[in-house]
Write a protein that binds this ligand. Structure first.
Ligand code: ADP
Ligand code: MG
Length: 215
């Protein structure tokens, strides 16, 4: 290191101490930054630009998923068809999002949505699965689901156990519930996207599901 060649003879003791202190601080800061950067996953980095596309409005018919048993876990997820998934902006990457949702012309509820890789297409295509934070009396396959995604919670992760997965989803639900109380999120409830949803019916799904941002 070039500094080693510098003669420090004659430099007063307190200046040397100050120098040593500053170098130690610099070293610690560098180590901390390296650690922080190292702990960011690729998906964290990829997901940041997604914020530009939020809030993101979309609607479509609820289709059958792959019966991965989410209902049995107490966390059913309503699946969107490919036509909706294909309209996602490219910068909306996989992960867990939260927002508002309504089924047909029903009430608006809080929701969490998982955007993941669709196993049916050998993980080459995204899937969008919405868990509406509400207890419905019955299933609503074939109904029009209208959602606005307003925020991002975390990237997709794999879990060692079913319990860990359920705990993570329940944490997501709690985070969504709290975050959606922010005034900027609450005001989206009044958006005419949701009031106009009441005019949609499954018969118009093919056109209504193309209604996205800029509605
Ligand atoms: P699938 O694999 O067909 O998506 P799920 O076990 O994920 O099956 O169940 C999803 C279905 O459950 C939805 O399509 C919907 O009809 C129904 N459902 C009932 N309550 C909810 C809810 N709170 N959120 C999402 N879907 C629900
Ligand atoms: Mg599902």
């Amino acid at each position: 290191m070039r500094l080693a060649a510098v003669s420090l003879a004659g430099v007063p003791g307190e200046v040397l101490q100050l120098l040593r202190f500053n170098f130690t601080n610099l070293e610690l800061t560098t180590q901390r930054l390296k650690r922080q950067l190292g702990s960011r996953t690729d998906s964290d980095i990829r997901t940041e630009p997604a914020m530009k596309s939020l809030p993101f409005f979309c609607r479509g018919e609820v289709i059958r998923g792959f019966g991965r048993g989410s209902k049995e876990l107490g966390i059913p997820t309503a699946n969107f068809p490919d036509s909706v998934v294909d309209n996602l902006p490219a910068d909306i990457s996989t992960g867990i999002y939260y927002g508002w949702a309504c089924v047909g012309n029903g009430d608006l509820h809080k929701m969490v949505m998982s955007i993941g890789w669709n196993p049916y297409y050998k993980n080459t295509k995204k899937s969008m699965e919405t868990h509406v934070i509400h207890t419905f009396k019955e299933d609503f396959y074939g109904e029009i689901l209208s959602v606005v995604m307003v925020g991002y919670i975390r990237p997709e992760r794999s879990y060692d156990s079913l319990e860990a997965l359920i705990a993570a989803i329940n944490n997501d639900i709690e985070e969504a519930k709290v975050n959606l109380e922010l005034p900027e999120h609450l005001k989206l409830r009044e958006d005419n996207f949701f009031t106009s949803a009441s005019t949609s019916s499954p018969a118009t799904a093919s056109t209504s599901q193309t209604i996205i941002n800029g509605h």
